[in-house]
Design a protein around this ligand. Structure first.
Ligand code: ZN
Length: 340
């Protein structure tokens, strides 16, 4: 699949765990904007091209037909102007071009010239399919561009109607009446790309709202939903913030990353606890190995195999000299406070 924004300048690597995890956060952020769209320059200048290329690969982002109003000259980065289709006999291989008064005609790939879109309709369909509903229900739009009915699921012998909504606070009145027309109180599940607390403030307080970024994960090329049932039955704490912290490390053995609780293994618990005791100071891997009960030392890859994001988020490393430390923003956190 063609995913490079510019075939010559970007070599596509398999997505790293961090990219896969950040994709959903970025999709949700875009879905909460009136026009869920990014200019090609926003992607180019983000310094995060692999993230967007990956999102395009898995179909969460796609190129619009619409050309950007202007793009920055990729040669000199001094001047912006409107891109246009390259004439059929152009010497460039790329389909678009932009004129710069310093550099002349500069060739552009489609991804460098056209707008990038997240389609809410497509996300609604993808969610229905991840829930296994597409065979039995057609997703229907209830509030244009804001609310879709995905179908019905049974959780603990109770039928629930599942909805997907975006920008709920802005559409609260319409959303509320559309949902109540189809589902009795307690029988609705509203998956939303938005922040659950602000939706609550906007008159949807009595509804079961599930933040999309907390249940949706990307496994290689597929979107999967996890923990929906746990949210609905109240087993999981609903993340109500973007908090990234070690606040629940000792009481619940979870770490919070962007509001999502991640359960950690006993080894990672010991690892983080030790670094926390040193409050941001470097700890040599020999001491860590002792604390974890390894006589022969340890391979970091084994310990963090399923928790790469935890490692990347909380821990600094000096591989040459074998030191680890707690990243400064997490040092000094007590980690035992459950009250807020
Ligand atoms: Zn130029």
């Amino acid at each position: 699949m063609m995913s490079a924004i510019h075939a010559e300048s970007v070599s596509i690597q398999p997505p790293t765990a961090a990219i896969v995890d950040r994709s959903m956060t970025e999709v949700c952020r875009l879905l909460e904007q009136p026009l869920p769209q990014l200019s090609p320059d926003a992607i180019w200048l983000s310094g995060d091209i692999p993230l967007y290329a990956h999102m395009r690969d898995i179909g969460l982002l796609s190129l619009a037909n619409e050309l950007a109003d202007s793009v920055l000259c990729h040669e000199c980065c001094q001047e912006s102007s409107k891109p246009e289709a390259a004439p059929p006999n152009a010497e460039f291989a790329e389909p678009y071009q932009v004129y710069c008064s310093t550099c002349g005609w500069v060739s552009l790939s489609a991804g460098q010239a056209r707008m990038w879109n997240v389609s809410p309709v497509k996300v609604a369909r993808t969610l229905a399919s991840a829930l296994g509903l597409q065979a039995h229900y057609a997703s229907t739009v209830l509030v244009p561009d804001a609310l879709w009915r995905l179908g019905e699921i049974e959780i603990r012998r109770k039928r629930h109607t599942v909805f997907f909504g975006r920008r709920l606070p802005d559409n609260a009145t319409d959303v509320r009446s559309a949902i109540r027309n189809l589902a009795a109180p307690g029988a609705e599940i509203v998956i939303t790309s938005g922040d659950v607390t602000s939706a609550l403030n906007a008159a949807l307080a009595d509804m079961t709202l599930v933040p999309l970024r907390a249940i949706a994960h990307i496994r290689k090329t597929q979107l999967v939903l996890e923990n929906l049932e746990a949210f609905v039955t109240g087993v999981l704490d609903v993340p109500v913030s973007n908090e990234t912290s070690l606040r629940l490390l000792h009481t619940k053995r979870v770490v919070l990353i962007a509001g999502v609780p991640h359960k950690i293994s006993p080894q990672i618990y010991d690892f983080l606890s030790l670094l926390q005791k040193h409050d941001g100071d470097e700890v040599h891997k020999r001491r860590i190995a002792e604390a974890l009960g390894f006589e022969e030392g340890f391979r970091r890859a084994d310990i963090f195999k399923r928790h790469k994001l935890v490692l990347q988020t909380f821990i600094g490393t000096d591989d040459r000299n074998g030191y680890y430390w707690l990243n400064p923003e997490f040092a000094g956190q007590e980690g035992g406070d459950e009250s807020t």
